[in-house]
Structure formats: structure tokens, C-alpha cells
Design a protein around this ligand. Structure first.
Ligand SMILES: Cc1cc2nc3c(=O)[nH]c(=O)nc-3n(C[C@H](O)[C@H](O)[C@H](O)COP(=O)(O)O)c2cc1C
Length: 352
């Protein structure tokens, strides 16, 4: 399906399916496998030295083959938090000629895009080698700012169903996507829109394409693959996720896990994870205005013991739908087949 959408034609994909850069899951092995099978894989920078990222990118390229598109993703607030190490990582990314796209999330993206362009010039890279900027947003206001800036090449719209961190103010994908697609269409230079949040198969992908998206990102689905770095114990929890506490789904959104772990996420973000004890314990303390020191110590202990009745297991609303590990290349091919069978029944395009 190379000419199905603006995304497949721009990146030479067989299917408009994206592996997002997931911290703790999307390494070179997974990103390479997704790109090799005809999707687009992003390697996540795992906060640490530039050399470690370079070897993940080399592994991704080795697996993907010489011509497949690959990307890399960073959490911007983490780059800021790492000081010089963050700058070194960013310079390495800027100078990498093998990576076509850079996915940005959670931070002062305009400042970092400006820095990127400066570093690319310093590295002697011409405009043709400039990286495509992908930006993940979670609200209409964020999307509007991004579209008006003309600095972004691909916009990822993340609905509140998404696993991992997202904007607290985000809403379910359907309405968010429709509003942002209509904004994009009325812009003087529309860009490809990629949908994220709760997409688990090719039929879900067909749905977002029918709304006018150029592609879809699947996080939770790829968490559960053999190539994903997500620990086996967490994969098993996600596979067995069922409806949780009374009246709750298998997952919920909360700031509790970050507060208890001492993670310095910007305050506009929370995270969706499997339902466990942390959110209610945290809420009870907040209510009483108590201090958290003891609970934080308990949490640190639970991290050491890998006690997931307390510690976060980030996953989206699709948790529990995939019951066992799968090969990532198989997932890409299955999604492609499902999409093709949906398309055989009607005709979708983001170029209507
Ligand atoms: C375990 C996990 C880690 C994630 N890490 C990142 C990250 O480092 N950077 C990022 O931009 N998004 C991250 N995300 C969010 C994804 O980009 C994407 O929005 C989300 O997975 C889509 O929803 P889904 O999981 O329901 O498919 C993460 C998601 C999960 C589940």
C-alpha cells in the first residue's frame, strides 16, 4: 500500500503503522523489526549516554535493512534534566544521517527544534538531510500552536486512551482527532496526522484513516512483542489485565506513580497504567494533606521487589486484549492484512 496515505508515500511504508518511541520498550531490536516489516519504527532514547543510543540505532538499521525508514524519539523534559549529557545526546541525533525522523514529546519543543537546525548546520548537513520533526500533542490548543508554527512535519495526536504519559487535559481520541484534522485541513499547508491511543489492530487503523488520519501509532500492541524490552513480568500483567477495582477498567490515569517515584514530569502530564494500589493510597494522603515520605519509601522498596501491585505498569486501554507475546513483524503483517480487508469494503484516503 505504498501510495495509500501521505505517510506511506513519504516514508516508503507498506502499511501506515508506526511504533512510537516507548521508554523501556522501543529499542533497536523492536524498531528495526517494525521498519523491516514495512511499518515505521522509532527507537526511544533511554536517559543515558549518547553511545548507548548510537548502538541501539545501529542495531535498528542492521535489522531494518539499508533502505527502510527509521526514527528516534526523545522526551524533551528528560533532555533538559540531563544537562550536558542531554546536549550530547541531542548533538548525536542531529548528526545522525541514518535517521530520517525525530519524535518530540513533553517539553519546550520550539527551543529544541531551533537547536536541532543549528546543530545540523554545524554538522554540515544540507536541507535535504534535515530531520523530519514529529510532535506528539494531546489537545487542540497544542495542535493549533504546532500547525501555526510551520516547524512540524508530522503531528501525532494522542488521545486519553493512550498508555504511558499524556496530557492530563487530553480527551478521547475520536473527538480530538476529528477537531485537529479539520484544523489541519483548513491550514495553508496541511501535514500528515498520525493517531495514537487505544489502537490495537488493522480495523482500528482503518477507522482513524476514515477520519482523515495518515497513519496510526500502536504502543500497547507492540509492548507485547518478543522484540520489546518491556520486562516479561510486566508483559504478563498486561496480558492478564482484566476489569480492575469495582467500577474501574483495567487501566487508569494518575500522577500517583510519578509522585511516589519522584519523577519530575512536567505538571501537565499524568500516566495511564494498570490499576493498582498507588493511585488510591496517594489520593488518600493528598486528601489529608499528609506528607508522602513513608509512602515514597514503601514505593522504592516495591520497585526493588518488582511488586506491581504498587509499582506502575504503563499500558493503554487495550491492555488485556493481547494474551501472549507475539513477533513484531507478524503484528505488522497482520495489521496490514486487516487494514486491506477493511479497505476492500470501502475507500479511505487522507487526501480527500
Ligand atoms: C510503556 C510506554 C512507554 C511510553 N513511552 C513514551 C515515550 O518515551 N515517549 C513518547 O513520546 N511516548 C511514549 N509513550 C506513549 C506512546 O507514544 C503512544 O502515545 C501510546 O502508546 C499510544 O497508545 P496505546 O498504548 O494505547 O497504543 C509510551 C507508552 C507506553 C505504553
Amino acid at each position: 500500500m505504498p501510495n495509500l496515505t501521505s505517510l506511506t508515500s513519504r516514508y516508503g511504508l507498506s502499511v501506515p503503522l508506526v511504533l512510537p518511541p516507548m521508554l523501556g520498550a522501543s529499542g533497536g531490536k523492536l524498531a528495526g523489526a517494525v521498519s523491516r516489516a514495512g511499518g515505521l519504527g522509532f527507537v526511544a532514547w533511554s536517559p543515558g549516554p549518547a553511545a548507548a543510543l548510537s548502538s541501539e540505532l545501529a542495531l535498528a538499521r542492521q535489522i531494518a535493512g539499508p533502505s527502510a525508514s527509521l526514527g528516534v524519539g526523545v522526551q524533551l523534559w528528560q533532555l533538559d534534566a540531563r544537562g550536558q549529557e542531554g546536549l550530547d545526546v541531542f548533538s548525536t541525533i542531529a548528526a545522525a544521517t541514518d535517521v530520517r525522523s525525530l519524535w518530540l514529546f513533553a517539553g519546550d519543543w520550539k527551543r529544541w527544534v531551533e537547536k536541532l537546525r543549528g546543530l545540523e548546520r554545524q554538522a554540515g548537513l544540507g536541507e535535504a538531510a534535515a530531520k523530519d520533526i514529529w510532535l506528539q500533542v494531546g489537545s487542540v490548543a497544542e495542535a493549533k500552536e504546532a500547525l501555526e508554527s510551520k516547524l512540524i512535519d508530522v503531528l501525532v495526536v494522542q488521545g486519553s486512551e493512550a498508555g504511558g504519559h499524556g496530557l492530563i487535559a487530553s480527551t478521547p481520541l475520536n473527538s480530538l482527532l476529528s477537531q485537529i484534522i479539520s484544523l489541519n485541513r483548513s491550514s495553508s499547508s496541511p501535514i500528515p496526522i498520525v493517531a495514537a491511543g487505544g489502537l490495537m489492530n488493522g480495523f482500528d487503523l482503518a477507522h482513524v484513516l476514515s477520519l482523515g488520519a495518515a497513519g496510526g501509532a500502536m504502543g500497547t500492541r507492540f509492548l507485547m512483542t518478543t522484540q520489546s524490552k518491556f520486562p516479561l513480568a510486566k508483559k504478563s500483567m498486561v496480558a492478564n489485565a482484566r476489569e480492575g477495582r469495582e467500577g474501574h477498567n483495567a487501566t487508569e490515569r494518575s500522577v500517583a506513580w510519578d509522585r511516589l517515584a519522584g519523577a519530575q514530569w512536567p505538571q501537565e502530564y499524568d500516566g495511564r497504567a494498570l490499576v493498582n494500589r498507588s493511585p488510591s493510597l496517594y489520593a488518600a494522603l493528598t486528601h489529608k494533606n499528609d506528607d508522602f515520605d513513608e509512602l515514597k519509601r514503601d514505593y522504592a522498596q516495591a520497585v526493588a521487589e518488582e511488586d506491581y501491585s504498587f509499582v506502575s505498569v504503563y499500558a493503554g486501554v487495550g491492555a488485556g486484549l493481547i494474551r501472549k507475546e507475539e513477533n513484531a513483524e507478524y503484528v505488522v503483517r497482520e495489521v496490514q492484512q486487516q487494514l486491506e480487508s477493511s479497505l476492500a469494503a470501502s475507500s479511505y484516503s487522507d487526501r480527500r
